[in-house]
Design a protein around this ligand. Structure first.
Ligand SMILES: [Zn+2]
Length: 158
């Protein structure tokens, strides 16, 4: 069941139709089109036999769950990209000792952007976090000045 769900998701068979404050409506195109509804109070339902007979999450519902998880991590990664981009624009190297590490951070940032462009959102998100680990350390050591991005850094505010 899980494999079928993964296949449906990765082959782009899940379509989000529309969302209301109470529900999200999907269509999953398998052998035929299956409308899947996520009701924020009542939970998931699908029009297929498997769901109506057994009452358990069918592959269509599982595929829609994957779709939702993926769009959440997609949004998070895109936000991290913006935050990191701002940081690189605003920061200034103030101690040459930090130069190598800053270059590492920049190349990891480029890799993260590459993953993001390929739809590999988890990989991208992990790399942005890694870049931030380096940037925060550089700021704490006073090797860089975050400038206008200071609020995005985990350093003491003065
Ligand atoms: Zn189903």
């Amino acid at each position: 069941m899980k494999e079928k769900a993964l296949k449906l998701f990765y082959e782009g068979k899940v379509r989000k139709e529309f969302e209301t404050p109470e529900r999200i409506h999907f269509t999953v195109s398998s052998s035929t089109d299956y409308p899947v509804i996520y009701d924020k109070k009542k939970g998931w339902s699908c029009s297929c036999k498997s769901f109506s007979i057994k009452g358990i999450d069918c592959a269509h519902i599982q595929a829609c769950k994957l779709y939702l998880q993926n769009s959440t991590i997609e949004n998070l990664s895109k936000k991290e990209k913006e935050r990191t981009k701002r940081a690189f624009l605003n920061l200034k190297l103030i101690n040459e000792k930090g130069k190598d590490l800053l270059n590492y951070a920049k190349s990891y940032y480029d890799d993260a952007n590459y993953f993001l462009s390929k739809g590999l959102y988890i990989e991208a998100f992990e790399l942005y976090s890694y870049v931030w680990g380096i940037l925060d350390s550089l700021a704490r050591l006073n090797y860089i000045d975050p400038g206008k991005s200071k609020k995005d850094f985990k350093v003491d505010q003065d």
